[in-house]
Write a protein that binds this ligand. Structure first.
Ligand code: SAH
Ligand code: F3S
Length: 452
């Protein structure tokens, strides 16, 4: 009988990718994915450690799951914690929530079949938070078909930048790039199974330097050009980038590779050079502005997104104003904003001048207001335009499909089910805060491939 698997994913797109691959690894063991933990034989929480709140959520969810596990009479429930909280707090989880059966980090999910077998035999918690010498990518089954035409492909993992606020270098380990041939093979398979859009993922994706068979390396710009050659690939994106690693080849790819979508998530974090230095970011606000100019020179319509942290230790009102000034100068299509969250073990956690919570709240609200206004302006500008939309999701209402414009805007449209997974021409009729609504331009033009 099929066993039921429920995976709950927290955090970034790398975790979304990892969760899909965990399901792939477990499929040969007879596990079928379900969307309700209450009926599952194996429950995996794929966790995020980036901010305190994200980590706390895991413990409250574990409490809820424990009650289901304890009530279960007919068959056991195996409870697992994976991802970055597992990596960072493995021993703590075993101590604090001993009813968890398995704890394993992001680098070992290719060992899942063995871990599951051990957990079924063991009485205590099975813990695996190694950074193994072998790469998990060499031990995973081939990727499953892309659903809805949009697929993620991890090309790079880990980070060596050590921004002073960030846990990623500790939880995900050192920077590592997958070889070019492995990436292209996975991209080809995704395209063959229906992917029209591929998002190349990495914690620091533009640090990519994958080895080429026979010698040499490709940076991300050349990798993107090679992925664009694959039959069926119509759109390419990449995330997340580090400003100081945006090299000329990558900037040129935005001019030269039509499949590369005109949207870039490029975290700035702050507009104050003093704060950027304390954050150990290797760019100034001026570097960021100049980089944006270069990108716009390569691709005039490129839409930008960013991450910002407010209330970093020592951030003054003047520093915060510098962030507002950077945002005003650049003009973002969208952005994520965070209150600084103190992460034990990172240098910033020990810094003087921790900012009061109320002050963080005020700054967050002011920054959010500015960014929301920019996003509204950007979305309103799309009204009346015809954009190409990859219809990758079903909408809340019957007969509605949802996709993304080239600029990452969500677009809702009435469309026949036959267009699910296709790229369609949509005329935008209305702009909302976080999405657009439009109509199919014509059935003929909506046929996949008819629109660039
Ligand atoms: N390159 C990474 C980004 C790391 S985390 C990736 O996408 O995989 C995403 C964002 O979370 C960061 O850009 C930063 O803005 C925010 N962040 C990281 N650590 C934080 C902390 N301690 N407090 C608040 N925000 C944080
Ligand atoms: Fe984190 Fe900075 Fe790397 S935000 S992921 S240490 S680039």
């Amino acid at each position: 009988m099929a066993k039921k698997l429920y995976i709950k994913t927290y955090g970034c797109q790398m975790n979304v990718y990892d969760s899909a691959r965990m399901a792939d690894v477990l499929a040969p063991l007879g596990y079928v994915s379900v969307d309700d933990a209450a009926v599952a034989d194996l429950v995996i929480l794929n966790t995020c450690h980036i901010r305190e709140k994200a980590a706390e959520k895991v413990f409250s969810e574990l409490g809820r799951l424990r009650r289901i596990k304890d009530r279960r009479r007919d068959r056991p429930m195996t409870l697992a914690v994976a991802g970055c909280v597992a990596q960072a707090e493995g021993a703590e989880i075993v101590r604090r929530v001993p009813y968890v059966d398995m704890v394993f980090g992001p680098q070992t999910y290719h060992r899942l079949p063995e871990l599951v077998a051990r957990a079924e035999r063991a009485r205590g918690t099975v813990l695996d938070t190694d950074f193994p010498a072998e790469s998990k990518f060499d031990h995973l089954p081939e990727v499953a078909a892309a659903n809805g035409g949009a697929a993620f492909l991890t090309v790079q993992e880990g980070c060596d930048k050590f921004c002073s606020f960030c846990v990623v270098p500790y939880t995900r380990g050192a920077e590592h790039s997958r070889p070019v041939a492995a990436v292209l093979a996975e991209a080809r398979r995704l395209a063959e199974t229906g992917a029209r859009e591929i998002t190349l993922l990495g914690q620091n994706v533009n640090a990519y330097h994958g080895e080429v068979r026979g010698g040499g390396e490709y940076g991300l710009g050349r990798l993107i050009a090679a992925v664009a050659e694959i039959d069926g690939v119509k759109r390419i994106r990449y995330t997340t980038s580090y400003p100081a690693d945006m090299d000329t080849a990558l900037i040129s790819a935005h001019r030269d590779v039509p499949e590369l979508m005109p949207f870039l998530h490029l975290p700035a974090q702050s507009g104050s050079d003093r704060v950027l230095r304390a954050m150990n970011r290797r760019h100034t606000a001026e570097d960021y502005r100049r980089l944006v100019d270069k990108l716009r020179a390569a691709r005039a319509d490129i839409a930008l997104s960013s991450d910002f942290i407010v209330g970093f230790p020592g951030e003054t009102a003047a520093d915060f104003d510098a962030t507002l000034a950077l945002v005003a100068d650049v003009g973002f299509a969208q952005a994520y904003t965070f209150k600084y969250s103190r992460r034990p073990g990172t240098p910033a956690a020990e810094m003087e001048g921790q900012v009061a919570e109320a002050e963080k709240e005020d700054r967050l609200a002011a920054l959010r207001d500015l960014l929301d206004a920019q996003q509204r302006t950007f979305n309103t500008g799309a009204v009346g335009q015809t954009v190409s939309v990859l219809l990758e999701r079903r909408g809340r209402h019957a007969g509605q499909l949802v996709g993304r414009s080239p600029y990452m805007q969500a677009v809702h449209v009435e469309a026949p089910e036959s267009l699910f997974g296709a790229i369609a021409a949509v005329r935008v009729e209305a702009a909302h805060a976080n999405s657009l609504a439009g109509v199919l331009v014509s059935a003929a033009a909506a046929v996949e491939g008819a629109v660039a």
